[in-house]
Design a protein around this ligand. Structure first.
Ligand code: KIV
Length: 271
């Protein structure tokens, strides 16, 4: 029997065991109670309260504007909606870079005020001090390398990262560093599949890919993208499992028509 079906509650240890047994890890984002309840009930292993909330929930063009208070609000809602998945919360831009004390305080607020199980942050050696300090408080940390959206103004574009030798070498070193520091998993975003496969083989902690091929230990997608709610975003790596935007618009149009025609509410729908 798979680890996935056996466990009642997914922990960082369970994820490690899954990698060890070659069982793939499923991860999706969620930002609110209702969606988290559905995603958790469907049996997802990890829910990421991603700072992509800045895009899909708040309508910003980047992940930079979302605040720690915003993330805490989303994460607490997700925690109330789930009972099985491991819940990981993104540390938002400006709450951990260059100041390990602030990184620790931000992480403690997330853990205390939301009930989530771990934090995620972007970067390698640049954020080493912050990772050490967060881990010293017993807070599990997930890394994130490759395309790191909080650095979009440095990159200037969302194209595939680490295609060149120098960047690929730094990424490989960073992955090993994150493992040595004690991170329990790493997200690799939008990098060549061969590089991601190499990294997944070189470390014992799970590597979760998004646009990083299938030779890694698990996959993550943004819920609104894979459900087809957010239709503007269509990178090659995205598989849409539904066209919810059309279904929602169809339902709303039906409601509007019924209201205009005084067909809703009917006699059975009133007191
Ligand atoms: O914020 C987010 O949704 C993420 C995923 C894309 C990995 O970091």
């Amino acid at each position: 029997m798979s680890v996935h079906t056996e466990v009642k509650v997914v922990t960082t240890h369970v994820l490690s065991e899954m990698k060890h047994r070659g069982e793939k890890i499923s991860m999706l984002t969620a930002y609110d109670f209702s969606m988290a309840s559905l995603v958790d009930a469907a049996g997802i292993d990890v829910i990421l309260v991603g700072d992509s909330a800045s895009n899909v929930m708040a309508g910003h063009t980047t992940t930079l504007p979302i605040t720690l208070d915003n993330m805490i609000y989303h994460a607490a809602s997700v925690v109330r909606g789930s009972s099985r998945a491991l819940i990981v919360v993104d540390l938002p831009f400006g709450t951990y870079q260059g100041n390990s004390k602030e990184a620790l305080n931000s992480s403690i607020r997330i853990m205390k005020e939301t009930g989530a199980h771990a934090v995620k942050l972007e970067g390698g050696s640049e954020v080493e001090e912050s990772i050490i300090r967060i881990l010293s408080a017993g807070i599990p940390v997930m890394g994130h390398l490759g395309l790191t959206p909080q650095s979009i103004h440095k990159f200037g574009t969302y194209v595939v990262r680490a295609k060149e030798e120098e960047e690929a070498e730094k990424l490989k070193k960073d992955a090993i560093l994150l493992e040595e520091l004690g991170c329990f998993a790493i997200v690799l975003e939008k990098i060549p599949a061969t590089l991601a496969a190499e990294v997944a083989k070189s470390v014992r902690i799970p590597i979760i890919g998004i646009g990083a091929g299938n030779q890694v230990d698990g996959q993550v997608l943004v819920l609104h993208d894979m459900l087809g709610i957010n239709q503007e975003f269509s990178p090659r790596f995205l598989r849409r499992y539904h066209n919810l935007a059309e279904e929602i618009k169809g339902a709303v149009r039906g409601y509007i028509t019924d209201v205009k025609n005084v067909d809703f509410p009917n006699e059975r729908e009133q007191y």
